[in-house]
Write a protein that binds this ligand. Structure first.
Ligand SMILES: [Zn+2]
Length: 359
């Protein structure tokens, strides 16, 4: 009797253990399947609490489980560049990263069906100010990296890479748009950098944009305020005030030098082309190119342009809000079109984009 009892207890335990194991396996399968397919996307612990996945944290099965049409990649792209005595050399990427987080919040709000995936920030950019501290990269290299990243995503069946950027270097912007157009032509892939458009609005005082920001000439990132001046210091006060050096209010303004030599010639050429009907290029040559050349060829050049002391967090915040609005309009066009229509931007000096090929 007793051995029989022991045997039946053993059998009972074995069956139950088996049952428990089966339940656990089934439960795990459900969990894995749930993870892989819930809403067509991987649901993972979000790293920053605003609902975005980090690409480099994903495993291959997790990447494979992402729903192709509903996944949007985002990446900050800007150079390491000297930004006066009061801002760090990573300023452009820090501002871009804040923009990217705001893009994520807006996209999540307007498109809860999307899965958003962040790529690591790319500290790469062209035409950084020629000053110690800057680590500028040839435009062809930047173009190559972005085209390759876009290709890599497109080959996996993805469709969208939205860029956050804060650098107005002319060949930087040409290279990004050239990569975007290649990717569209070859793959119907959307690489969109709204700064190519925003920068034009800032420099040439687009009335709609100026109204949105509530800012005036000389404080909106135009030529007399083009680098680490009022606008960019304001942006940093809004994005990461702890990174703004406390001396920013004592930094004396840097004023645009008069147009001489090559800069004066470029301005003349711009006026000529403008009068002959090349309105866009003619205008871009006069402002910003002639002003930029005058500044960077000035023997007393300061590694900033504008008045940092006038910066305020409020002005930076207004600029961020307006920039996110412009970006969302562009992203929305791409999301609505879904591969049917291109979303092209014409950055400054696009008419002479061949310049990006020269060192
Ligand atoms: Zn900058």
């Amino acid at each position: 009797m007793i051995p029989q009892l022991i045997q039946s207890i053993k059998n009972f335990r074995k069956r139950n253990l088996q049952l428990i194991a089966e339940v656990l396996v089934a439960f795990d399968m459900v969990r894995i399947l749930g993870t892989m397919v819930s809403g067509g996307a991987v649901r993972m612990k979000h790293t920053d609490g605003i609902g975005v996945l980090e690409y480099v944290e994903l495993s291959l099965p997790e990447i494979e489980a992402l729903e192709r049409e509903k996944t949007v990649f985002l990446m900050s792209v800007s150079p390491i560049e000297a930004h006066g005595p009061h801002l760090p050399v990573g300023t452009d990427v820090f501002i871009a990263s804040e923009l990217l987080n705001r893009y994520v919040s807006e996209l999540k709000k307007n498109h809860p069906e999307l899965t958003l995936v962040k790529l690591p920030s790319l500290y790469v950019g062209s035409d950084a100010v020629p000053a110690p501290g800057s680590l500028s990269v040839p435009a062809t290299h930047l173009e190559g990296i972005l085209t390759a990243y876009g290709e890599g995503l497109a080959k996996q069946g993805f469709r969208y890479l939205f860029i956050a950027d804060n650098h107005g270097g002319p060949r930087h912007q040409m290279a990004i748009e050239a990569a975007a157009r290649k990717l569209w032509k070859k793959r119907r892939f959307y690489l969109i950098d709204p700064f190519g458009l925003v920068f034009r609005y800032m420099v040439q005082h687009d009335p709609n944009f100026m109204r949105r920001t509530g800012l005036g000439p000389g404080e909106c990132g135009d030529s007399p305020d083009s680098h680490a001046g009022t606008n960019e210091t304001s942006l940093m006060l809004a994005c990461c005030p702890e990174k703004v050096r406390r001396n920013y209010k004592e930094v004396e303004p840097s004023l645009p030098p008069p147009l001489r030599g090559g800069a004066a010639f470029v301005a003349f050429l711009g006026r000529l082309i403008y009068s002959l009907g090349g309105r866009k290029l003619g205008r871009d040559l006069q402002d910003p190119l002639a002003y930029t050349l005058a500044w960077v060829s000035d023997p007393d050049m300061k590694p900033y342009m504008g008045g940092p002391a006038k910066a305020s967090k409020e002005a930076g915040e207004a600029m961020l809000v307006a920039r996110v609005e412009v970006a969302m309009e562009l992203f929305e066009k791409a999301l609505q079109s879904g591969g049917k229509e291109p979303v092209h931007i014409e950055p400054m000096l696009w008419g002479i984009r061949l310049l990006r090929k020269f060192p």
